[in-house]
Design a protein around this ligand. Sequence first.
Ligand code: PLP
Length: 287
Amino acid sequence: DWIYMNGKYVKKEDAKVSVFDHGFLYGDGIFEGIRVYNGNVFRLDEHIKRLYDSAKSIMLEIGMTPEEMTEAVVATVRKNNYRDAYIRLVVSRGVGDLGLDPYKCEKPEVIIIVQPLALFPKEHYEKGIRIVTVPTRRNTPDALNPQIKSLNYLNNVLVKIEANRAGASEALMLNANGYVAEGSGDNIFIVKNGVLYTPPTYLGALEGITRKAIMDIAKKLGYQVIEQPFTRHDVYVADEVLLTGTAAEVIAVIDVDGRQIGEGVPGPITKHLLTEFRKIVQIEGTK
Ligand code: PLP
């Protein structure tokens, strides 16, 4: 495996970052998770755009144009020769001193890792997963804005720990007002009476690229999609629940906090969306 580090390819064992890197010291940096299907990079333009938006928001000068970054991602995928993989693109503030002032960090660290990935075992996609709501709340845009895909993922890590401790595959974060926000690394949709609902991102959800893809697919298939705040109760009484994300793809949820969802098996609309999603990712994408 070859890791892209600031314009050079380095062997996996040799890909090391300084202990003075502010990404390590302070979580000062941003990232993207991107998928390669059948040799095509899925929605790369949208990921690059979100990366540069995150960078702008935290005043991080990447030092490469979006076009150069796009080329670097594609070249790293080619070099590693995977047909199906997950790409982790990380830009940290770079090496500075121990103070948190980014002023002393002269050059950002740009890293691209390409690895095979299956977040959940195959049978989870066939049978659906159990999830729980957890005490850790999603921050709302008044704090670190969830639209920034920053290296500060401690909130999400705590959520994952809480899910593990509850014996669940994934967890659902509520925001400070008790509205459903998102999973630790995925967006949520519920289905009620044939209509899809997903929380508006201002409630504290990342504007997921898979979320957008599913909204587009759903509309094309003739389903109505409404962005609307909802609560845990609405999730419990939904006909279907599904999560979407680059790593998770599209996965059915069959139990939330011990409440069985629908018949306790992946529902027809979820299955329809998953089938269509799997078709589209094979043919779309940057070659
Ligand atoms: N929410 C969070 C907190 C995430 O980290 C991710 C993963 O990227 C998502 C949602 C899903 O977004 P996307 O579909 O763009 O991967």
